[in-house]
Design a protein around this ligand. Structure first.
Ligand SMILES: [Zn+2]
Length: 408
């Protein structure tokens, strides 16, 4: 039998295996510091997008304002391809806008990362103190327009980023309708992804309420943990965590608060529900003195452009940009890449010198030697076969099967 000590060593090697190629290169922190001065996301341009969207009027499902918004997004980003994803819903229907870069990429065939926001705005200002105003639609400068604006910034920049994967952008309809927000557009989109589309979509970052002039980002517990873990080191490098030194060595802003943990229901949950890792970046304390969703400008008529700032939009857009340029978002979900059923002992594919093959190379030495030595000591072929079966069972399962989001 395989001794307990040897099993532990083999287990440890197998657990480390998927990440060895990351550590062989520049550390993530050093890479962030190299990239931060090169970030290009433009807060003023994003802020102009907020003003444009709010100027269209409330973006209610099926409204002329919604159609004008989607037409405008297509016109403003000609290097992307677009599809409108229509679904029967209520009396109006709902329409998600799906954009791809490169324009000939498809989720069916190409590895991609996802970005998105809801573009609809709440039909009622049900958090207004004055009851007479509670049935009025909100302007949605932060709750709606800010997420779209920050994602739009990425759409401007991605064609120049030379990424080694496609990007799918989804602008979701019907997140914020109903008695309590129904999160319906993302459900329709996620539930209609095919098996291969889900497998090709490595992960998804949603932006919602990211323009608050008083920006406070919490640690969101409904996020997929692997993606969520990327936020803290990036925020630290960018100088956004109070009391910690960023790359520039200056005193940091108090923007990202890793110790403030809160659960948020949003479009990302619909995507997590179909086992695609997803997370939201959101400021749930909208307003200078807000301590939670319900005591600021959220779902009130005060959700106006004057309460949104170019600086906040730029901060969040640059964090997303940093994750894309560094590969941090993709690396975070890399263990979920397809072909998890590969045998544990296999010659690296010499025809395809990809980074994954390099990772396998780095592992082949120690693991191969260990297994050879062990086989020699035991000297019984039949027991080797049994151990290989054991080793397969010891491989860590895909992350998607090890967590759940029912912690409400
Ligand atoms: Zn809302």
């Amino acid at each position: 039998m395989l001794s307990r000590g040897r099993m532990l060593v083999v287990c440890a090697l197998l657990l480390v295996a998927p990440w060895t190629h990351v550590n062989a290169e520049e550390s993530p922190e050093a890479l962030f510091c190299t990239l931060i001065p090169t970030l290009e996301a433009d807060g003023e341009r994003a802020n102009a997008s907020v003003a444009w969207q709010v100027g269209l009027g409330p973006r209610l499902p099926g409204s002329n304002a919604s159609t004008a918004l989607l037409d405008g997004l297509e016109a403003r980003h000609p290097s992307w391809s677009f599809e409108r994803d229509d679904h029967a819903w209520s009396s109006t229907g709902l329409t998600n806008l799906v954009a791809m870069y490169p324009p000939n990429a498809t989720l069916e065939q190409d590895r991609a990362f996802g970005l998105g926001a809801h573009y609809d705005t709440r039909h009622i200002a049900d958090r207004e103190p004055d009851e007479a105003n509670q049935s009025t639609p909100i302007p949605g400068a932060n709750d709606g327009a800010s997420g779209v604006a920050a994602v739009e910034e990425m759409m401007h920049l991605i064609p120049g980023m030379d990424l080694d994967h496609a990007v799918v952008v989804v602008m979701f309809d019907a997140e914020d309708q109903g008695e309590t927000p129904i999160i319906e557009g993302s459900r329709r989109w996620a539930d209609n992804l095919t098996q291969s589309e889900r497998e090709n979509l490595a992960g998804f970052v949603l932006l919602d309420m990211v323009g608050d002039a008083s920006l406070d980002l919490a640690n969101i517990t409904s996020n997929h943990p692997s993606l969520n873990d990327v936020v803290e080191p990036m925020a630290e490098a960018m100088g956004l965590i109070d009391g910690r030194e960023g790359c520039s060595g200056t005193v940091n802003k108090d923007v990202y608060q890793p110790e403030t943990r809160t659960w948020i229901g949003d479009d990302h949950m619909r995507i997590n529900a179909v086992e695609v890792p997803a997370m939201v970046i959101i400021d749930h304390r909208y307003g200078p003195n807000a301590t939670r969703l319900a005591d600021g400008y959220w779902h009130t008529l005060q959700d106006t452009p004057e309460h949104v700032s170019a600086e906040s939009l730029e901060t969040v857009a640059r964090m997303v940009e940093l994750g894309l340029r560094s590969g941090a978002w993709m690396e975070a979900v890399a263990p979920q890449e397809p072909a998890p059923t590969a045998p544990t002992i296999e010659e690296p594919d010499q025809d395809e010198p990809t980074s994954e093959a390099e990772g396998a190379d780095g592992l082949a030495g120690p693991l191969g030697l260990l297994l050879l030595g062990w086989a020699f000591v035991v000297g019984v072929t039949s027991i080797s076969a049994v151990s290989i079966v054991l080793l397969r069972k010891l491989r860590p399962p895909p992350v998607s099967s090890t967590w759940s989001w029912d912690e409400a």
